[in-house]
Design a protein around this ligand. Structure first.
Ligand code: A2H
Length: 253
């Protein structure tokens, strides 16, 4: 691992109007939180978007007129991947921290939930991907643990201005069957490794390694249109479909 550049799929999660006051200057534009993922085939199971409340983000224009929100670091990388209007240049439209977009409603590709919300995750790293993570609690132990924390802890929701409606209706969606782990492998893994909260880092690393490998090599799709196909076989296909529809873009770092 980590021998060459890592390729991520950036999932475009569209901010729904009305935007927070900070974004008045972007009224009428298409603004996306862009989440870096290694598992594009799991986007059918998205339940929310994660940002770190204290992390700094920027809104900046990309080619074609859209506006992306990511860390400044990721935006710099993007401008050298020919994604900004001027090669090598990032135009900062808005500076913000995660808390400024907490609870914002979003429209995300492929998920069965019509609207999902931006929620706080404390373990987001500022030096990986875009600092925005899409949440798939069925297949990502980190996501399941963090969503369960928000559901179980009213003070945590209150602290970040999250209402019950943004959290409670959202349950892990069965999208992939993993032999020995059932159709919600992250939930099973969190039970087996006795993960209690998103701060159980060591246990989560184990749970993550386990499900990541198993999901890739042995996972079988349950989603309509891909039923019975193996994850390995459809991963690239599903990624290509989202890119074609302009719902996702490739990004390396
Ligand atoms: B993955 P790697 Cl279903 N901080 O996407 C913390 N985690 C981050 C991040 C950041 N700044 N940027 C991306 N990630 C997460 C889906 C998924 C992911 C599933 C299962 C496993 C999984 C849905 N969340 O990752 O260190 C993103 O979560 C397990 C490795 O570059 C991204 O893919 O290997 C993954 O970590 C990238 O981690």
């Amino acid at each position: 691992e980590n021998v060459g550049p890592q390729e991520y799929t950036l999932i475009k999660m569209k901010m729904k109007a009305p935007f927070p006051a900070k974004f008045d200057s972007l009224k009428g534009r298409n603004v996306f939180l862009v989440a870096a993922t290694l598992r594009p085939e799991t986007m059918f199971g998205q339940t929310n978007c994660w940002v770190h409340p204290d992390l700094k983000y920027i809104a900046f224009p990309v080619k074609g007129g859209d506006v992306f929100i990511s860390t400044h670091r990721a935006a710099r990388n993007m401008c050298y991947q020919d994604m900004t209007p001027e090669y090598g240049k990032v135009e900062v439209l808005v500076e913000l921290v995660g808390q400024d977009i907490m609870g914002v409603p979003l429209e995300a590709p492929q998920t069965s939930y019509k609207t999902i919300y931006t929620l706080p995750m404390m373990t987001i790293k500022n030096d990986k991907g875009t600092g925005v993570v899409t949440s798939v609690p069925s297949d990502a132990p980190d996501d399941f643990a963090a969503l369960r924390d928000l559901k179980n802890k009213a003070p945590l929701r209150e602290k970040y201005g999250i209402t019950d409606e943004m959290v409670m209706p959202f349950e892990p969606v069965p999208i992939i069957e993993v032999p020995g782990y059932g159709n919600l492998c992250a939930v099973t893994a969190c039970e087996r490794y006795k993960v209690v909260s998103q701060n159980d880092r060591d246990k989560l690393v184990e749970a993550k390694e386990d499900t990541y490998k198993k999901g890739f090599y042995e996972g079988v799709m349950l989603v309509k249109g891909y039923e019975g196909k193996s994850v390995q076989d459809v991963k690239k296909l599903i990624q290509a479909e989202m890119i074609k529809k302009n719902e996702a873009v490739l990004y390396k770092e």
